[in-house]
Design a protein around this ligand. Structure first.
Ligand code: PLP
Length: 389
């Protein structure tokens, strides 16, 4: 049956996410997956006991559970972002935060500027609104300020979307100077900042994590956080903190989409984050993921040496690997899969594609055990070597 006449033009133009398509392989037991952004379930704590939670059986507030919003106010205050309950919206993961923000601010006439490369599922959401996405070159300290100025002047964008801490996919973390310069430029031009910060607690070195939002003096902003990377992604719980002008509009969209986020999950997260277990849990995550990051870095150097380029990320879950000249990431993906190793080509992370974007792989070190990771990198390095000859 042909249903294409029933679909909107934006739905027809949507491409399936390569990550989602690859995820079904990662669920097969014999596959060693370096592909997804999935946290290690062995590091996830048990749920709090049901009896100690607020009763969640009735419909709730569209803004989210009061107890969880109070917890979020305290969490973001520790980051220098001082706000009130009215400016917190609990969402079904930060992915829904992106959706709500996009529905509120973007349409066919809008351009949104992003890092190049950037989180591909954010681009999918922006595209669903029909927005034009313009990637802005970024280096290891973040988005280039000069390139951002040029892009703002050339495209008159609605917003700039940034992931300043342990970016997905590159792992980059912005320097304080870059954060300050970008804030000053957005203030000068009065451009909306959409700041996405799901990885900040997965921090393994002393680096600056100041939200750019807190450096703004007059530009509008929306800041997103998530509990997916530190607690239970299956509970789909994240949040948007907004400057006061946006808050009532965000709630109306949330109400129209799904009334509110699942109350039971919100109350579980509120109970855990408010308990003394939370800080200890974050320290445990940092120690375990740091060990895995170091093991991946060591394995890459031992197996591939000078053949590939990468920076060891100061936090997050990802290595961003530049392959040897002439080696295609798509070929590496197919060859590696034949040997039961799943890797993710970098191409879908580039909003504006060029042929040289086939030269990257994103490798996640979060989920495999140390021994599995060694094995996966060994197989991957043989695959890369074979393609070089
Ligand atoms: C940069 C970024 N933003 C948002 C998300 C979505 O996270 P959530 O599980 O909170 O929806 C992810 C998930 O990988 C991400 O990497």
């Amino acid at each position: 049956m042909d249903i294409s006449h029933l679909l909107t033009s934006h739905a027809i133009n949507m491409q399936a996410s390569l990550v989602r398509e690859l995820l079904h392989y990662s669920q097969q037991p014999d596959i060693l997956s370096l592909a997804g952004g999935l946290p290690d379930e062995k590091l996830m704590p048990a749920y709090p006991a049901l009896a100690q939670l607020t009763d969640s059986r009735q419909y709730g507030a569209s803004e989210g559970e009061k107890g969880l919003r109070e917890v979020i106010v305290r969490l973001v205050a520790d980051r220098g972002l001082h706000t009130t309950l009215d400016n917190i919206l609990v969402t079904n993961g930060s992915q829904q935060g992106l959706d709500i923000i996009s529905r509120l601010t973007l349409d066919e006439s809008s351009t949104i500027l992003t890092e190049q490369p950037t989180y591909l599922a954010a681009c999918q959401v922006f595209k669903l609104q029909g927005a034009n996405i313009q990637g802005v070159p970024s280096d290891s300290e973040g988005m280039s300020v000069l390139a951002l100025r040029n892009a703002i002047e050339n495209t008159n964008p609605k917003a700039v979307y940034l992931i300043p801490n342990f970016q997905n996919p590159t792992g980059h973390c912005y320097s304080l100077k870059r954060r300050q310069d970008i804030a000053a430029l957005l203030d000068e031009k009065g451009i909306l900042l959409i700041e996405d910060d799901p990885y900040r607690d997965l921090c393994y070195e002393k680096v600056d994590l100041t939200p750019i939002t807190t450096l703004l003096k007059r530009a509008p902003w929306l800041y997103m956080g998530s509990f997916s990377k530190v607690l239970w992604p299956g509970l789909r719980t994240g949040y948007v903190v907004s400057c006061a002008e946006f808050s009532p509009h965000l709630v109306k969209i949330k109400q129209a989409i799904d009334l509110h986020t699942n109350r039971l999950g919100q109350n579980m997260i509120a109970a855990f984050v408010a308990s003394e277990m939370f800080p200890a849990h974050i320290v445990k995550l940092q120690q375990s993921y740091k060990e895995k990051r170091d093991a991946m870095s060591k394995a890459l150097v031992a197996e591939l040496g000078e053949m590939v380029e990468f920076n060891t990320p100061a936090g997050g879950m990802f290595f961003w690997l530049t392959l040897p000249d002439g080696v295609s990431s798509k070929h590496i993906m197919t060859d590696a899969l034949e040997e039961n190793v799943l890797v993710l080509p970098g191409i879908p992370f580039f909003p504006n594609r060029h042929s040289q974007d086939d030269a990257f792989l994103r490798l996640s070190f979060a989920r495999l055990s140390l021994e599995e990771m060694q094995r996966a990198i060994h197989i991957l390095s043989n695959v890369i070597r074979r393609r070089m000859t």
